[in-house]
Ligand binder design. Structure first.
Ligand SMILES: NC(=O)c1ccc[n+]([C@@H]2O[C@H](COP(=O)([O-])OP(=O)(O)OC[C@H]3O[C@@H](n4cnc5c(N)ncnc54)[C@H](OP(=O)(O)O)[C@@H]3O)[C@@H](O)[C@H]2O)c1
Length: 300
C-alpha cells in the first residue's frame, strides 16, 4: 500500500513509520523541514515537505495515497483548531482521490475519563478536560466513512518504549533521582508498547473492513505506584518519590495534571479481533529492559 503519514518524526509516528516500512509498504511522510525530511528518509520513507497548518503543502500527497494515517499533533495552543483543519484536508483529499480507501486517526484513552468498570470501545465518554476537544474530532472521522472510504480511530494508552513519552519521563526522573507522582499513585494507567501500537496501525490499514474505534493497550492494569517502584529499582541510585497533590500539580500543569491522575481500566477487544496481541504486557515487569531502551535513546 501507499501510505501518507503525518507525525512520522513523533513518538508514535516513528514507530508507525518503521512498522509500515518493515511490512513492505511505501510511506510518504510529512516533514516540517529538511532535517526532519532526512530523518524520515533514513527510516525508509519518502519525505513530503510541509506543515499541518498549510493544507496545500500536503493535500496532493494525501490524495495520491491508498491510506491516510494521522499521528501528528500540532504543539501550539491552536492544536484543536489545526487538527480540525487537518481532518478537513484529509477528507477532501480522500474525496478527490481515486486511490484513498482508508483514514486512520489517532486519539487517546483520556477521552474515556476515569473508569468504574473495564472500558471497551462501547464505553460512554467522560473526557478529561485536557482531551475534551478530541471527542468531536473522533465523531467527525467516524461519521465520514462512505462506501469507498473506511475510517478508523485508534485510542492508544500511555505509550512506553524507547526514550520518549510519559514513561520516558519517569525513566528520566528516576535517573535524576526524583520522581514526582501526581495524586496518590494508586490510579491505574492503560499502557501500550510503541512497537505493539504501531503493529495495530498496520493491521487496521491492511484489513479490508477494519473501521470504527480501536482501543490499544496491553491490559496490564498497572498502578502508577507499581510502575514507579519497579523503575526505581533500575535507576543508578534509588530515587526519591514525591506524591504531588492534584490541586498543587494543577497550578503548574493545568488540566494535564488531572489526565495523569485518571484511574483507567481499558480493554481492546476490537484490536484483538484483528489478531493483535501485544508482545509486552507490563511496564513494571519490563522495567530493566525499558530502562536500557531509555539509556540507549533509540529503538532496537
Ligand atoms: N505518546 C502517548 O503516550 C500518546 C498516548 C495516546 C495518544 N497520543 C496521541 O498521539 C498523537 C501523537 O503523539 P506523540 O506522542 O507521538 O506526539 P509527538 O512525539 O509530540 O509527535 C508529534 C508529531 O507531530 C508533528 N507535528 C507537530 N506539529 C506539526 C505541524 N504543525 N506540522 C507538521 N507536523 C507537526 C511533529 O513533528 P516535529 O518532529 O517536526 O515536531 C511530530 O512528528 C497525539 O495526538 C497524542 O495526543 C499519544
Amino acid at each position: 500500500m501507499r501510505i501518507f503519514l503525518t507525525g512520522a518524526t513523533g513518538y508514535i509516528g516513528t514507530a508507525v513509520l518503521d512498522a509500515f516500512v518493515r511490512s513492505g509498504h511505501r510511506v510518504d511522510a510529512l516533514a516540517r523541514n529538511s532535517m526532519k525530511a532526512s530523518e524520515v528518509q533514513a527510516r525508509g520513507a519518502t519525505p513530503v515537505l510541509g506543515d499541518l497548518t498549510e493544507p496545500a503543502s500536503y493535500a496532493d500527497a494525501a490524495a495520491a495515497a491508498d491510506a491516510l494515517v494521522h499521528t501528528a499533533l500540532d504543539d501550539s495552543p491552536r492544536k484543536a483548531e489545526v487538527d480540525s483543519r487537518v481532518i478537513d484536508t484529509l477528507l477532501a483529499s480522500a474525496a478527490a482521490s481515486r486511490s484513498v480507501e482508508c483514514l486512520i486517526y489517532t486519539s487517546g484513552v483520556w477521552v474515556i475519563g476515569s473508569t468504574t468498570s473495564p472500558a471497551d470501545e462501547t464505553a460512554p465518554l467522560n473526557p478529561a478536560e485536557f482531551s475534551s476537544w478530541r471527542v468531536a474530532h473522533e465523531e467527525r472521522v467516524l461519521a465520514a466513512a462512505t462506501d469507498t472510504l473506511r475510517t478508523a480511530v485508534i485510542r492508544p494508552g500511555v505509550v512506553y518504549g524507547g526514550s520518549r513519552g510519559i514513561i520516558g519521563d519517569v525513566l528520566k526522573d528516576a535517573s535524576n533521582s526524583l520522581i514526582r507522582v501526581i495524586g496518590s499513585g494508586e490510579n491505574r494507567w492503560p499502557l501500550v508498547y510503541d512497537r505493539d501500537l504501531a503493529d495495530l496501525y498496520v493491521r487496521v490499514a491492511v484489513t479490508l473492513g477494519a473501521s470504527g474505534l480501536f482501543h490499544a493497550n496491553d491490559e496490564g492494569d498497572e498502578q502508577v505506584n507499581d510502575i514507579v517502584a519497579a523503575i526505581s529499582q533500575h535507576a543508578p541510585t534509588k530515587p526519591s518519590v514525591r506524591h504531588v497533590p492534584i490541586a498543587e500539580a494543577r497550578k503548574k500543569m493545568g488540566p494535564y495534571a488531572d489526565a495523569l491522575a485518571l484511574d483507567q481500566v481499558v480493554r481492546s477487544p476490537r484490536a484483538h479481533a484483528l489478531g493483535w496481541n501485544p508482545s509486552l504486557k507490563s511496564v513494571a515487569g519490563n522495567a530493566a529492559r525499558l530502562m536500557e531502551e531509555w539509556r540507549r535513546g533509540h529503538r532496537d
